[in-house]
Design a protein around this ligand. Sequence first.
Ligand SMILES: Nc1ncnc2c1ncn2[C@@H]1O[C@H](COP(=O)(O)OP(=O)(O)OP(=O)(O)O)[C@@H](O)[C@H]1O
Length: 734
Amino acid sequence: MTAPDENRFDWQAAENDLTDPTTGPDAEVVDLDDARARRVPRPRPPADADDTAEDAETVDDGPEHLGGLVDAAEDIPPEVLARQRERRPILAEWARSWRGLRAAARHQSKDAGYVTAYHAVRLPKYAAKTVVWAPVGLFRGLGRALHWASAEEGNWHLRQAAATRGEADVWLKLDARRQRQSVWRWWVLAAGAGATVAGAIVLTLGPAWWRYLALAVVVPLLATLGRPADKPLTDRVTEGTRYRKLTADLVRRALTSLQMAAINSAVAKDPKAISFPVDIHRDGPGHLAVVDLPYGVEAAEVVARRGRLASAMRLPLDQVWPEPAPGHTGRLALWVGYEPASQMTQPPWPLLSESAKVDLFKAFPFATTPRLDVLDAELMFRNWLFGGQPGSGKTFALRTLLLAASLDARAEIRGYELKGVGDFAVLEQVMAEYGNGFDDETLARCFAFIEWLYEECRRRSKRIEHYARLGKAPENKVTPELASLKGSGLHPLVAWFDELQELMTSKYAKESGEILEKVIKLGQALGVIILIGTQIPDKDSLPTGITRNVNSRFCLSVADQTANDMILGTSAYKQGYRATVFVPVDEAGWGILRGFGPKPSAVKSYKVDNIKAAQIVTRAVALRQAAGTLPKPDEQTREVAPVADVLGDLARVWPGDEKAVWNETLCALLAELRPDVYGGWEAAQLTTALKPHPLVKVGDVGRRIDGKATTRRGIKHPDVLAAIAERDRKRSAG
Ligand SMILES: Nc1ncnc2c1ncn2[C@@H]1O[C@H](COP(=O)(O)OP(=O)(O)OP(=O)(O)O)[C@@H](O)[C@H]1O
């Protein structure tokens, strides 16, 4: 026996193994099924591996790969691997829910309806064409039948060739063959003619509708036979405005048309750089494509180019809904509706139905997704921030929540509309407090209300403490039982402010901002729900202390990234949650909602116009009358100390005919006039109080005191008079 060569295979040993299963202690007969079951699934190869760089859209028909996108390294715990395992659903998305089924059926029937209507209006034209081409078709059909029966076509070329070469016997043989073939064809033709004649006799004897039916079938067939090849009888249904099925090619083309260098260069190197981890499938009234973008491209960057994406797909903007998809930052969920969202009829708000009631401790419908799914929102233990530019629909959205709250008879509603338009007046009957306007008095009442809210929070926290000691507030939070308990003082209190920027830029700004922040922090567990609407979400108009502490945010159309992030939170814009894509007025009601579900999402709040709102309020009044919680009109206004008229008071106390007077002198005189208002005022306080009146300029005023020239801050009499005149002019104007 030769010495074993390390580089060569040991044939002898192998043969022994094969022939004698008992030689090796490890030898065993392998049960193939068993072995297959034990086999560790091979990890999915990376998308750029040459031989497998295909995507689900084109090839992935085989069994599901296990192990997600990463290598199945041995140190990954099995439960993590199990979580990464994504199984393709047994039923298609559209067949898994009634919503999907309904949407698919609706879409198909709508489509069929469209095609039917399209052809129906063209029926006279089709009939005329049919009448013209049917006789031609009859003669052409007869000609073709005779031609076929004579079997001329079959070996015509061969016979021609034989004739050309003068090979008579070959020609004769070929022709004999043709004749043989033609014999049975004539028989078939004769049988066909016989059947036609028999059919015609049956039709003449049968009822009239048989003949019509036969004509309806035969004439179009003849017309089709007779028409020129390039002139179909029916017109083509134009595809222009109809939905085009979302395909991988369409998505790829759209993505490469975004003029994003990172996508285009990656696709130039590898056309499969854009891949589809899941098949494009129906999802509600549209299709969903989950796309893995080329390495290094973030879904957020594509979301920001929604307009270009829509242009590349030749679809209206509101039909194309890109979103970052869960998984990784380069995964995009592109949903394309069958039709633009603006043309999809939003179902009516479910709370409009006569029997609808609201329990604020439970969720209620607030908005719909682009797929027309209902999105439920909550009020209890939440604070809301609504932001958007004029015409974005934030007032309507805020009012929708209040209407829902009005249907829970326990809820006390108080709030201020600082725009002065009266959008909330419809709710006045059910509100325990309501202010409308941006005049000094309303602002003062609004500020007093915020102070009251703070006091109310303190009162409520004492009550909660009391009930917690009795074991009725297990988490030191309001419970549904406590909220319903008469006299507990822990019923839901909904406090709202629309156009809060008016207060936050007034003289009450600093204090109201600080107190409101405390109220938001304290009130959450105490059943105090704060709803804020603002048009200008910058840090001066909306203190960051407030934005930081709200847990539900609805950002409607905004102009820029700063406004977007002020409402939705820092980096929302970068992460692709961009309410800048919505067009005010045209897309009113659309916005990004954060705080419900794992990630922010684009939704459209239900539109409840004034008439419908009034209907809801009527029901709310009835509910509250029955429950004894309808506010009494005499309790509905908040008393505030009369707002001091600084300008008027200055004019009254102005000393003699002095042209200019020091602030400190004026403060002393004002304090004499109204000690309760001006007592303790210093020069700087007067300067601040005069800020709203730009005509009064606080400057240096020189004076001789004991012969010495002294300069201090002061104001001029003509300025005060001019400011009063200006104010009076404005008041009389409107
Ligand atoms: N959910 C919605 N669906 C459809 N249209 C809506 C919706 N919400 C609001 N609108 C329309 O948009 C218009 C503007 O709404 P709204 O007054 O709420 O906007 P806004 O953001 O408060 O603007 P402004 O600051 O000027 O008051 C409304 O008149 C209404 O017709």
